[in-house]
Design a protein around this ligand. Structure first.
Ligand SMILES: Cc1cc2nc3c(=O)[nH]c(=O)nc-3n(C[C@H](O)[C@H](O)[C@H](O)COP(=O)(O)OP(=O)(O)OC[C@H]3O[C@@H](n4cnc5c(N)ncnc54)[C@H](O)[C@@H]3O)c2cc1C
Length: 414
């Protein structure tokens, strides 16, 4: 049965994380927005010390047999969405800067073998702060992930990678600031289309791998977004994510790509949760401002008796709540080992749209104050937009929803 209420434990955890967000993130939020490429090192170290070993990110699909401490199904992924919402309520750029296995870890969890999970993820519970990233996007494409041009050629017991990746979140931190790694999507056979695309783990310190640029951005400015060039980068054969036998069998060739795509089923609810956090920050701020101005929201009045402002504010809250329920559902399904491809895209598209609309409206309601850098609202508006772009844009996620509901393949509806 679906329960729409968080457990008492989960509520306790949410409140504790909210305090961390309020007390440690909000005070430095503006500073690291303005000083775009400065690392919030002390804060990162503190977050690593308290969170290492437990993935802030949820860690992806759950084995059906996995149980929480009380014998009930795991709440790992629902817990992650709750955590991410609170951290992003504090500051979404800082949340994305927490040393963590992040997107790269999600890819290993979704597509890696048991041995690979151990080899690549264990380091995130020990030693110094580390990051992992996932590099799909290239100068020649973003949405059409089947257009990967980076190549991987087998040479004896190594893969040799060549290509350019852009807009890779935490790419610089993973490769040059820590003992992390980047999961790189590359094709082993361009003529095979999607079936030729595989995910490879490229470790820090691999010769031939260079971070050529860290982007200046509109929002989430504390997050690092890197361009990476791979020139004859040699990696071990078993850094190809997934079972070597499956990859070797031509009949199963497309499984590699499907495995890599499954990463999104875990990461889209996480992005949706981050969108919720930013949106809620804006709604909370407006609620307080209205209260201080003596404006009451009459939830119980019929629409024709409500003011335009009341209707706008109630709609802001409703959009976020709808997105939250979709997000929890997608994570809840992951916690039960259920396929959530449709639900992951649903929550991501709804939350990405909701946060852009809600933050716009919040700035509008507060007028010049909303636009001023005196308060964080204008920053939240800038931070919001990325949730409508990365991990599949709004349009691409709606396309996936349509395909799943109508039963079309990606060839039939694109
Ligand atoms: C800050 C930031 C961080 C990022 N982090 C990562 C990362 O860690 N790893 C990574 O690999 N990538 C990352 N990206 C890249 C991101 O995933 C891409 O920008 C995104 O997939 C869109 O690709 P694109 O920019 O090439 O846009 P395009 O694919 O060129 O799309 C442009 C516009 O056309 C629309 N469009 C495209 N195709 C269709 C269609 N078939 N139907 C309808 N509309 C369509 C899109 O929705 C979009 O509005 C990041 C980007 C940013 C800005």
């Amino acid at each position: 049965m679906i329960d729409f209420e968080l457990s008492a434990d989960m509520k306790g955890m949410r409140d504790m994380i909210n305090q961390v967000a309020e007390q440690t993130m909000r005070p430095i939020s503006r500073q690291f927005d303005e000083e775009e490429h400065t690392e919030p090192s002390d804060w990162q170290k503190m977050m690593w010390d308290v969170s290492k070993g437990s993935s802030v990110f949820g860690g992806g699909p759950t084995d059906k047999k996995e149980r929480s401490g009380n014998g009930k199904p795991s709440e790992r992924n629902v817990g992650a969405t709750v955590t991410i919402e609170e951290l992003s309520w504090g500051d979404a750029g800082l949340y994305l800067s927490i040393p963590n296995a992040g997107l790269g870890g999600a890819a290993v969890a979704a597509a890696g073998t048991t041995e690979q999970k151990k080899r690549f993820l264990q380091r995130f519970s020990e030693g110094d702060p580390k990051w992992a990233a996932m590099a799909i996007t290239e100068p020649g494409f973003g949405s059409d992930s089947a257009a990967v041009a980076t190549t991987a050629v087998r040479d004896g017991d190594q893969w040799v990678l060549n290509g350019t990746k852009i807009f890779c979140t935490s790419g610089h931190r993973a490769l040059e600031k820590s003992e992390g790694f980047v999961v790189v999507w590359a094709t082993v056979d361009k003529s095979a289309g999607r079936a030729g695309i595989k995910a490879f783990v490229v470790d820090h310190g691999t010769p031939g791998v260079t971070v050529t640029k860290v982007e200046d951005k509109l929002g989430i400015r504390c997050s690092d977004t890197a361009a990476i060039v791979l020139e004859d980068a040699r990696i071990p054969l078993d850094n190809l994510l997934g079972d070597a036998e499956v990859h070797a069998d031509p009949a199963d060739a497309s499984k590699g790509f499907k495995g890599a795509m499954a990463t999104f089923d875990a990461t889209r609810p996480a992005v949706a949760a981050s969108a919720l956090g930013i949106g809620r920050a804006a709604v909370d701020f407006v609620r307080t401002a209205l209260k201080e101005a003596g404006v009451e929201i009459h939830y119980d009045r019929p629409p024709m008796k409500q003011t335009a402002l009341e209707r706008d504010f109630i709609a802001m809250e409703a959009h976020l709540q709808a997105a939250r329920l979709l997000t929890w559902r997608a994570a809840w399904m992951m916690d039960r080992g259920m396929k959530n491809n449709l639900e992951a895209s649903m929550c991501k598209s709804k939350a990405g749209l909701a946060v852009t609309q809600v933050t716009q409206k919040a700035v509008e309601i507060l007028g010049p104050l909303g636009y001023s850098r005196k308060i964080l609202l204008e920053k939240w508006l800038r931070d919001a937009k990325i949730n409508d772009i990365f991990e599949g844009t709004q349009q691409i996620n709606l396309l996936i929803v349509a395909r799943r509901i109508l039963g079309y393949s990606s060839k039939e509806l694109n």
